[in-house]
Design a protein around this ligand. Structure first.
Ligand SMILES: CC(C)(COP(=O)(O)OP(=O)(O)OC[C@H]1O[C@@H](n2cnc3c(N)ncnc32)[C@H](O)[C@@H]1OP(=O)(O)O)[C@@H](O)C(=O)NCCC(=O)NCCS
Length: 191
């Protein structure tokens, strides 16, 4: 039986990255970085993360649509020059439809080279300019310094410090809550 080629949607293009929809060809690299304990440390999934879990995730993504109230949508970070999948970002649209929470992940060999802030910057531009979101938020563990530094670097404002508000490996852990408004992003772009 002949299979149809994947329809790839491009959400944003940055200097080095193409933010696009996932395809089944992404399963192997996606599995590899999700199964890295250093990458998963402050994330919502457990390691070991299996190839089957990665495959199931990709299949579920085929029917998901961006901007559906209450739902998460996952976007691939493709390194444009090499064509490699190097990470991803996601956003959960709130029930009102014009606010969202964002998340992001990068394969370890691409950390600390500016790819995270570049990719999340592309996501923010898509959410504010294309989906016309009013407000974006992000949560991170206070010990996850690369994550809160990334948020600060691209213009998120610290709005809250939630002390001992979730259990992490049997211990209490704290979170920072960051947010950014569309007008704050536009003002930053105009600078
Ligand atoms: C969070 C993450 C995406 C950051 O990506 P990155 O490409 O390394 O980040 P950038 O290179 O764009 O750097 C962003 C800022 O973080 C800082 N930073 C990055 N790694 C750091 C580290 N290990 N220690 C301290 N600061 C760090 C950078 O210096 C930069 O800040 P500055 O320019 O103001 O100095 C990456 O570390 C990651 O994928 N981590 C695992 C997944 C994760 O925890 N996701 C977030 C869940 S809330």
């Amino acid at each position: 039986m002949e299979t149809l080629p994947d329809l790839i949607v491009i959400f944003a293009v940055t200097e080095r990255l193409t933010l696009r929809s996932f395809t089944r060809d992404d399963v192997e690299p996606f599995f590899a970085y999700r199964n890295d304990p250093a990458v998963a440390r402050y994330q919502g999934w457990e390691v070991p993360y299996s190839l089957q879990q990665a495959t199931d995730f990709m299949v579920a993504l085929e029917t998901s649509k961006p901007g559906m109230p209450g739902e998460w949508y996952q976007i691939a970070f493709e390194h444009t020059e090499s064509g490699k999948l190097i990470g991803d970002c996601a956003f959960q649209t709130r029930p009102c439809g014009i606010q969202a929470q964002v998340g992001y992940t990068l394969a370890r060999s691409y950390h600390q080279q500016g790819f995270g802030s570049e990719g999340v910057g592309g996501l923010i531009e898509y959410l504010f300019s294309t989906l016309n979101m009013h407000r974006l938020s992000a949560y991170c563990d206070t010990r996850n310094e690369p994550s809160w530094r990334l948020l600060q670097k691209i213009g998120f404002r610290l709005e809250g410090h939630y002390v001992d508000n979730y259990r992490d490996r049997g211990e209490w852990a704290s979170e920072y809550h960051y947010a950014m408004l569309q007008r704050e992003w536009q003002a930053k772009q105009a600078q």
